[in-house]
Design a protein around this ligand. Structure first.
Ligand SMILES: [Zn+2]
Length: 455
């Protein structure tokens, strides 16, 4: 036992985070996302990985306190993207890479995607479907243990689909290679398979369930945007997920797909391009979140127009969706639908997540509300708003700052200059200053294996 304690102390000593000094963040402006107002000249005290105090004026540092000068900046909570795909990125090789890449290849590549996402100011993401089964859970662990740098990950694991639907990994293959993937791989037909698939995700360590209810905009499939699930299958997913306190996110484009998802009682509708007024009213009544992923629609429309990497049979449909999402977003906002920030990064290059802010504002949402949708509202959707999502004493120290006033110019969100996650600084004055070689406090082999001294 003694050896174990000494090992832990050595690891703590090696860890920059565990013994970091107190920081005083002196912010020229701070966005209070809870009350929806901006405070001028505020000092935030960071102790370890927590926010200790939020005080008016610029506090004079005591001994051992390090001042971070953010007088020309607007400070806000760490940004949250509720729709990412950290294990993949659109490319001409996307379809064939699954035959060529090992799991480790996916993992090393995804590390770069995670780093880019964090350095864009996104300290938390909801990752919405693994390319390589269960890679999201491994990445979540590697980031939590400081093996790699990235945002806090809430993973759906491998997303669920029906045979031939979006998320059936064998679509488009020669028949002898298709096989018949089942619930473990996320392909379900019927309520029993749906229950098994949810329980498998629970066993795999998923934080939520993602169902792909209609076809995708960029993936060739015969039914395209139409529904691909029957009501009893969706109900089985939502009811089973509730047993494990897992939320359910539904990828749905067409009105009929959205309708079925609402009837089943999902927690969020992803994309939702063809939502109509009646569906918006139903979503509002049931407090179902709308995650519009406008950046993906815009990017896909551009790709379709330029005919890059786009299958012929979906080109026209993709080109239309860029304008459709503006109309749908404006309608949903006016109807009072709960809109939560999500970009669908991976459909476009990782690190461009903040483009979403500009599209939301252009479609009619005030900048302050767009920032709230990416902080406190996202935290509510993830059910972590007690610990994250706003700048308050006692909450975890995830904060970002941009130079100038993003409420006057929302494009500033694309240029985050200061990033703190869990009390550690990753970017300061626009420069990357990621903690290097910080050994985990709680090494995986120590934490999960049998105690070495007791073997
Ligand atoms: Zn997606």
């Amino acid at each position: 036992m003694k050896i174990k304690i000494i090992t832990m102390l050595v690891l703590l000593w090696q860890s920059g985070i565990a013994l970091s000094a107190q920081y005083l963040l002196q912010a020229g402006h701070m966005i209070d996302v809870k009350d929806g107002k901006v405070l001028a000249e505020v000092t935030i005290t960071i102790d370890g990985n927590h926010i200790q105090a939020v005080e008016p004026g610029y506090t004079v540092p005591r001994e051992g306190q390090v001042v971070i000068d953010l007088h020309d900046y607007t400070l806000m909570p760490g940004l949250m993207d509720m729709h990412t795909h950290l294990t993949t990125e659109v490319s001409p090789g996307l379809f064939t890479e699954k035959f060529l890449m090992e799991s480790a290849d996916y993992a090393y590549r995804a590390e770069i995607y995670a780093e880019r996402t964090l350095l864009a100011g996104f300290t938390t993401v909801r990752d919405m479907g693994d390319q390589d089964r269960n890679l999201g859970a491994s990445m979540r662990r590697a980031i939590d243990l400081h093996y790699i740098h990235g945002p806090r990950i809430y993973t759906a694991g491998k997303g669920l689909g029906t045979t031939g639907g979006l998320a059936d990994p064998t679509n488009g293959l020669r028949h002898e290679y298709m096989g018949s993937p089942g619930p473990v791989e996320g392909v379900v037909d019927g309520p029993i398979a749906a229950r098994q698939a949810v329980r498998q995700r629970y066993k795999d360590g998923a934080d939520l369930i993602k169902i792909n209810l209609t076809g995708g905009a960029i993936t060739p499939s015969q039914t395209s945007l139409g529904p691909q699930w029957q009501q009893d299958e969706l109900n089985a997913v939502v009811e089973t997920a509730a047993d494990y306190k897992l939320t359910v996110a539904a990828h749905a484009y067409s009105a009929e797909g959205i309708r079925r998802a609402i009837i089943a009682g999902v927690n969020s509708i992803e994309h939702g391009d063809f939502m109509d007024e009646e569906l918006a009213a139903m979503m509002k009544a049931q407090h179902i979140a709308f995650v519009p992923t406008m950046t993906a629609s815009k990017w896909s429309a551009r790709m379709a127009r330029e005919q890059k990497e786009v299958a012929r049979d979906v080109r026209e449909q993709m080109a239309e969706m860029g304008d459709q999402i503006d109309k749908t977003f404006a309608m949903a906002y006016k109807k009072g639908v709960w809109i939560v920030f999500g970009s669908d990064s991976g459909v476009f290059p990782h690190g461009m997540n903040a483009d979403e802010f500009g599209y939301m504002v252009a479609a009619g949402m005030p900048p302050l509300e767009a920032i709230q949708s990416s902080t406190i509202e996202a935290a509510k959707l993830l059910r972590i708003d007690k610990t994250l999502g706003s700048i308050e004493p006692g909450k975890l120290a995830d904060l970002v700052a941009v130079r100038g006033d993003p409420l006057a110019d929302i494009s500033l969100m694309k240029n985050v200059s200061f990033i703190m996650k869990d009390g550690a600084i990753y970017k300061e004055g626009g420069k990357v200053v990621m903690p290097i070689g910080d050994m985990p406090e709680d090494d995986l082999s120590v934490a999960d294996g049998p105690a070495r001294d007791e073997q």
